[in-house]
Design a binder for this molecule. Structure first.
Ligand code: CFM
Length: 542
């Protein structure tokens, strides 16, 4: 489908680039593309995962945020200590966004606490290792947790505190798992580096510590689902009703015991490819668990994902149960779609979020007849845009080289291929694609704009030019966008809504978007004095 021809996307692109000095414009030109096939590829090449030009107001966050805030944040029974000034710990606390449900009131939940060494000038000058050691000891004495994780912030890297040595020492002293992350905010160009660092340390220090194969006939791991707004609860319920056992979710509503046992799953399902594909790959290499890409955002996508999982296990009973669940849920979904499509059909959306949601949420909009006219990620890599087929052609620059690439080999005792070669081939013929993510761009309309690491200036110009019916981004953008008379839906924290995953989540989303795009308030945003023609004149007198 082609987009409405009223705005020429190439002209819009030129307009966005016009304000920049030539060198910046040359770089941005590679990060702002019109979704049209290139000579040798179904989608054009986009530049991604490179440094933001200083002076541009970016949506991006830091490496520490990706490691501590995103990947490790949603797990309830690890004491996560931020080694640094208090602001880093407080900012990444995220109590409202990350949800968790301990099985009983006596089960640990440390997510309600914010642990920090609260570094002061004295530690910045004389070193903070002693304070860190004391903080670990204090946390242990008060809470007796199963594990303590330490996260390095910018000043820690600058003054050279050895967080790993302190973690090793305290691990030995306390007899519990203590591990650290060199995830200083500046270590990479964005949160994405923090994901990679988090993946590496989880793999080195946690995954694989418990080999016991626990119950369940169809055992899967869910990777890249952080339980924003309760999404993981919805997915857990669906899987359970189908008879599928979840060994671990990385890392929404999870425990460290689940991570330690994650390698015993028979299939890994990747939701957010950007943040966790490294763990999926490493588990496959060392333990033989294959991974597939799934998506539980969007009713059709949810049905497709459940069918894929059932097909993988190739069990008639499981397939029947999955169909029953899909059937029971889809009735309400179809009714809601029909009702809401009448009011939302043909309206337009723009999505500029993170490293996976700008893709996944396009499905939900399409289900109520809305078009995504522009989208982009804050920090994703080319494979998230163009698909993993471009992986061999991605140039590794100094910033990526900065992040450790673990060399992983098959474990001589514990590697167990989950599907025989011929069965795998049959599954592939049936459309199950292992180890594959096709990226966002192939799913987008021809001529849609795709913009990596969108700047604040570009956001405003885009809204002025296109006047979309809704803009999806985060808290930093929300009120600026709304003051322009366009509703802004946060897809990081869901504002106060959610869950949006699965079938019921989809209906929730449709209804919320319906309320937002059809609200009459947006035409009243302009203040009376902005409408009145300025009548005051003045002259300058020396
Ligand atoms: Fe993955 Fe995420 Fe996202 Fe992400 Fe994020 Fe997030 Fe996001 Mo905010 S892991 S890439 S670093 S789906 S925190 S839960 S919402 S930017 S699109």
């Amino acid at each position: 489908m082609s987009l409405d021809a009223s705005i020429n996307p190439s002209e819009a692109r030129r307009e966005l680039l016009k304000a920049y000095p030539p060198k910046v414009a040359r770089k941005r030109a590679q990060q702002i593309v019109v979704n049209q096939p290139a000579d040798d590829s179904p989608v054009p090449e986009i530049m991604a995962n490179v440094r933001t030009t200083p002076g541009i107001i970016t949506q991006r966050g830091c490496t520490y945020a990706g490691c501590k805030g995103v990947v490790l944040g949603p797990t309830r029974d690890i004491v996560n200590i931020t080694h640094g000034p208090i602001g880093c710990g407080f900012y990444s606390w995220l109590t409202r966004r990350n949800q968790t449900r301990p099985k009983s009131p006596s089960e640990e939940n440390f997510m309600t606490y914010c642990f920090s060494t609260d570094m002061q000038e004295e530690e910045i000058i004389f070193g903070g290792e002693k304070k860190l050691r004391n903080a670990i000891q204090e946390a242990f004495d008060i809470f007796h947790p199963k594990a303590i994780a330490v996260f390095a912030t910018c000043p820690v890297g600058l003054i050279g505190d050895d967080v790993h040595a302190v973690a090793r020492e305290m691990k030995e002293k306390l007899g519990i798992n203590v591990f650290a992350f060199s995830c200083e905010g500046y270590r990479g160009v964005s949160q994405s580096a923090g994901h990679h660092i988090a993946n590496n340390q989880l793999f080195k220090h946690v995954i694989g510590r418990d080999d016991e194969i626990k119950g369940g006939k169809f055992r899967i791991g869910l990777l890249g689902e952080y339980n924003i707004g309760g999404d993981a609860f919805v997915i857990e319920d669906l899987l359970e009703r189908c008879g599928i056992t979840l060994t671990a979710t990385f890392s929404g509503n999870s425990t460290i015991a689940q991570f330690e046992n994650a390698h015993t799953a028979d299939l890994n399902c990747v939701m957010c490819h950007r943040s966790i594909n490294y763990v999926a790959d490493m588990i496959e290499k060392r333990y033989g668990v294959p991974w597939i890409k799934v998506n539980f955002i969007g009713a059709e996508a949810t049905a497709k994902s459940l069918r894929k999982i059932a097909r993988y296990f190739d069990d008639p009973d499981l397939m029947r149960r999955a169909e029953e669940v899909i059937d029971a849920e889809m009735r309400a979904v179809r009714e809601a779609q029909e009702e809401i499509r009448a009011r939302c059909g043909g309206k337009t959306a723009m999505l500029f979020v993170g490293g996976s949601r700008a893709h996944h949420y396009q499905e939900l909009f399409a289900e109520i007849g809305m078009k995504t006219i522009a989208a982009g990620y804050e920090f994703a890599h080319r494979d998230d845009y163009e698909g993993r087929r471009v992986l061999p052609t991605i140039k590794v620059d100094a910033d990526s080289r900065n992040i450790e690439e673990l060399h992983v080999e098959a474990d001589p005792q514990r590697f167990r291929p989950r599907v025989a070669e011929d069965a795998r081939r049959r599954l592939e013929e049936a459309g199950i694609r292992f180890h594959e993510y096709e990226g966002m761009m192939p799913n987008m309309d021809r001529d849609a704009l795709v913009i990596d690491d969108i700047s604040h200036y570009e956001t405003e110009r885009l809204i002025e030019m296109y006047r979309p019916d809704i803009f999806c981004a985060g808290i930093k953008e929300k009120y600026v966008v709304q003051k322009m008379g366009v509703p802004c839906k946060q897809l990081h924290s869901y504002d106060y809504g959610g869950p949006y995953a699965g079938f019921r989540g989809a209906v929730n989303f449709y209804r919320e978007i319906d309320r937002m795009v059809n609200g009459s308030i947006w035409s009243m945003v302009e203040s009376p004095w902005q409408k009145a023609v300025a009548s005051l004149t003045a002259s300058f007198v020396r």
